[in-house]
Write a protein that binds this ligand. Sequence first.
Ligand code: FAD
Length: 526
Amino acid sequence: MADEKTVLIGKCGPTVMLPKQGSRVVPLRQTAPLRVDVAGGGPVGLAFACTIKSLLGEQVSVRVHDRRWMRQGNRVVWKGLAEGNNRREQVVTLQSNVWASLPVAVQERLFAPGKFSEMWPLGPDSPASKGRPRNIKIRWIEDCLLDMAQDVYGIEVVPGAYTPPARFDGLHVLAIADGARSATRAAFSSQFGTPSRELFSVDGSPLDERVLGIRVTAKSPDEHTVPLTVAQNRFLFNSLGGGFINMRLTAEEASEIVALGESGPVSCIGKFGCTMRPASNGRFVCDRHRAVFKPSVDKLSYLWPRILDGLRFFGVGVADVVGINSFTLGMQQMSKFTAQLAPSTFGFLLGDAANSLHFWPGRGLNTGLKSALSLAVNLQKRWRGKAFRAADFAQHEGIMQQLQYREKSRAWTTMLMPDSEGTPRGIEDRIREGLQGPADRAALVKTLFERVLDIKKRMGDRMGPLATDEWYYGRVNALDTRTLKVLVESGAWITREIGGEEVEVPSAAPAATAPEPVRRGLSLVS
Ligand SMILES: Cc1cc2nc3c(=O)[nH]c(=O)nc-3n(C[C@H](O)[C@H](O)[C@H](O)COP(=O)(O)OP(=O)(O)OC[C@H]3O[C@@H](n4cnc5c(N)ncnc54)[C@H](O)[C@@H]3O)c2cc1C
C-alpha cells in the first residue's frame, strides 16, 4: 500500500518524477491505462481478464461481456435453468504446466480442498516438478472466476451479448473468447479470415463425430477407472466423484438420438444442448421441452443396451445416471489469431473461438488457458502507454500458431485413429467391425483384460493406488460379447502417436522457488 505521502506508479509506461511537499520523490504514471474488452466470459475469457489484471493492476482497465450472466442486486451472477441457461457440468482435466502458470490467487481459489482430484498420471504437459493433472468442474472454474473478477480484481462485468461497436473509441485490445461458434470472430472475418474445414476432412467431406455424454455419480475412486478408459476408444470417463462417461457413436447410432414429444420427434437433445434427466419408468426426459429420450423407451433400440454396457464397464448402473446429452465434434483451421481492427485496436482470438478441439485427448481448455496466458504476458511486456504495433504481437501469434499445429495434429490423429501400420481407421469403422461377424468371447475377455493390466502396470506408482486385478476382470467380464468386440476393435489409446513435446507458454505465476521432490514415474504419453 502507498502511504499518504507517496504517489503510486505502475510497472511500466513512461513516468515523470514529481516532488511532493514533505514527502519522498516518487515516479508518477503519466498515461491512461491499457483498455481491454473481452467478448465472452467463459473460463478462458475470465481467466484472461483476471490474469491481465493480476499482471498490470491499475495499469489496465478490463471489461468482460457474457450473455449467460444477469444482474442480481449489485452483483453479476450466472443465469440458471429458470433463465434458460443449462450450466455446464463437465469435469475437465487441467495439466500442471497450465494450472501452475495461473496467478497464485486464482490457483488458491480454484483448488480448494474437495474441489479437485488428481486422477490422471504425470506426462510431458504435467511434469513431476509441477505436479499431476487436476480434475475440476468447469462450472466451479466459472463461478470462482466471476466472483474473483468482481471481488478481487475490480473488473467490470457486463451481462448481455457483446456487440462490436461502430468505433472502438480508444480501446486497445479486444479479446475474443466467445466460444467455438464465435459471433464476434464472424463479425471480424475480413480481418481474421474465414475458418476452413478443408484440412479436417476425409474424401472431401468434413469429418464430424457424434458423442453422447452420460453424466453419472461414481461409485469407485476416480483413478480406478483410468486403465479402463485408456484400454479402448469407445468410452471415456473423466470423474470428480462423478462426471461424464462419453461415448463415441456411429452415424447409425447417432440417428437414434431422438427426442419424442407428444406428437412425434421434436428439436431438443443434440440441437439445443438439452440434457435428458431420469424420470418415472426408466424414461429420460428434457426439462425444457418435456420430450423423452427415445432410446430409453424404445424396446427395439440398438443403442440403449450399448449405453448400459458402457455404464457397467465403469461399475455404475442406470440408477446412477443423472443426465444424458449429445454433441457433434469437428475441427477447422484458422489462418490467424491476431488482427488489427482499427488504428489503435488489436483483436485476439482466444480459447475455443481460436482453437476448438476434439475433446478426447482433453486439451481444449488447456489450450484455451495457454492462449490466455500467452496474450496476458505479451501485453504486460509490450504495454508502454501508447498504441501497439503489429510487431508487438509476433511472439503471441507464434505461440498461437504452435498451439494450433500441436493440438489440432493431436486431435486429428485421435479422430483418424491410425492402425499399427499408420493407416487411418476411424472410430466408425472400428465400431462397425466390432458389431459384426463371429466373436470368441473367451479370447475377447482375455485380450481386453491383458490390455487393462498392461496399462495398470505402465502407470506403476505415479498414481494413487489402482484397483485390484480381480476388480478389472469383473469389469471386463461384465460386458456383452458385442461390446467386448467393439472395445477390442476400437484399440487402446494411441499414446505414442499423440505424445511428445508440448507447447510451453509464459507463466503468470512467480517461478517456483523449490520444486517438489521429483517422484519418478512413467508417462502415459511419450
Ligand atoms: C465433453 C467435453 C469434455 C471436455 N473435456 C476437457 C478436458 O478434459 N480438458 C480440457 O482442457 N478441455 C476439455 N473440454 C473443452 C473445454 O470445455 C473447452 O475448451 C472450454 O470450455 C473452452 O472455454 P472458452 O471460454 O474458450 O469457451 P466457452 O466455454 O464456450 O465460453 C464462451 C463464453 O462466451 C459466451 N458468449 C458466446 N457468445 C457470446 C456473445 N456474442 N456475447 C457475449 N458472450 C458470448 C458464452 O455464454 C460463454 O460463457 C471438453 C469439452 C467437452 C465438450
